[in-house]
Design a binder for this molecule. Structure first.
Ligand SMILES: NC(=O)c1ccc[n+]([C@@H]2O[C@H](COP(=O)([O-])OP(=O)(O)OC[C@H]3O[C@@H](n4cnc5c(N)ncnc54)[C@H](O)[C@@H]3O)[C@@H](O)[C@H]2O)c1
Length: 299
């Protein structure tokens, strides 16, 4: 049954223009994004229907405090998995809320705030996750940074390095340190972006890292598929999360939509992660799913 009492975006098809400081807080977002409710055609929602697809699995989720990462943690919990979520120290409030909502579904949610730009911290995450959960079955590389700059002449070298240090190097570190703990049937899923496919001009550094993530996914899959470990990516279009009001201009927020007529909710992206983490996708590796609201892209 659809719950029509909650309109997806009260004032139309887009959220109203609002701004936050980086890294952004989900608690301050208006309207609140949907983590476990799936939008329906009539503008309402229905709760995600779980089917025990990830019973007793153990997942690391970077950027799991908010947005898409939170929705993944909650849907994974509904499907029977525990999670170990990683986030920046200033996001403790959002992380506690994710933990509360995961526990509501009877699963564990371990918390660790750390800066993944430092490879030592990535190693510490893996060691702590193994200790807390007794092992790892799923790695979700999801943390990211972006900031709009229209022209390469105004894009600072420091921002370029910071974006690569945040968006792609930790994906490599996390995969490298996690793989020795994975076994046949384990999965790695990397969050990319539609921008890798459409070449978004005002997010040049971010777009470049997302292209690197797609290629990293393909190469790593080719290394490990023979050993029964699948590696895939998801390339979302616009999704209503704290990253958006923390990093986008008024103009970009006004146009923050997709061919389907609205941005996606985090829950609609998290379903792709459930699929790729479960045996429903047992023959899929090295691929990218495109929950982007209807933009036809190649690859
Ligand atoms: N929101 C969108 O429209 C959209 C579209 C395409 C792809 N994505 C991707 O989705 C993923 C999740 O983003 P989101 O939109 O849910 O936003 P979000 O702000 O909720 O999540 C981003 C997370 O990255 C984490 N993070 C950033 N820098 C970090 C660091 N140095 N160390 C540790 N953690 C760090 C933060 O904790 C934050 O929770 C990102 O990879 C993003 O590129 C988002």
């Amino acid at each position: 049954m659809s719950d029509q009492s909650k309109s997806q975006f009260e004032s139309g098809h887009q959220p109203r223009v609002q701004h936050q400081d980086v890294p952004g807080s989900q608690a301050k977002l208006d309207p609140q994004p949907q983590s476990e409710n799936i939008p329906t055609e009539d503008g309402g929602y229905q709760i995600y229907k779980a089917a025990g697809k990830l019973a007793d699995k153990r997942a690391i989720i970077t950027g799991g405090d908010s947005g898409i990462g939170r929705a993944i943690a909650i849907l994974f919990a509904m499907e029977g998995a525990d999670s170990f979520i990683v986030y920046l120290p200033e996001e403790e409030e959002d992380a506690q809320e994710t933990k509360r909502r995961v526990e509501k579904y009877g699963r564990k949610c371990h918390l660790m705030s750390t800066d993944l730009k430092d490879r030592k911290n990535c190693k510490a995450v893996v060691d702590s996750a193994v200790k807390a959960m007794g092992g790892i079955d799923i790695l979700i590389n999801n943390a990211a940074y972006q900031m709009m700059v229209d022209d390469i002449k105004d894009l600072s070298e420091d921002q370029w390095i910071h974006t690569f240090d945040t968006n792609i190097h930790p994906y490599f570190y996390m995969a490298k340190y996690t793989l020795p703990h994975l076994s046949r049937g384990s999965t790695i899923i990397n969050n990319a972006s539609i921008n890798a496919y459409i070449g978004r001009p005002d997010l040049l550094d971010y777009t470049s890292t997302k292209g690197a993530i797609v290629s990293f996914t393909r190469g790593l899959s080719n290394q490990y598929i023979g050993r029964g470990i699948r590696v895939n990516a998801v390339a979302p279009g616009p999704v209503w999360t704290p990253l958006i009001p923390a990093t986008m201009t008024d103009e970009a927020l006004k146009n923050f939509t997709a061919p389907m007529g609205r941005p996606a909710q985090p829950s609609e992206i998290a379903t792709c992660f459930v699929f790729l983490a479960s045996t429903d996708s047992s023959a899929i590796s090295g691929q990218t799913l495109h929950p982007n609201g209807g933009v036809v892209v190649n690859g």
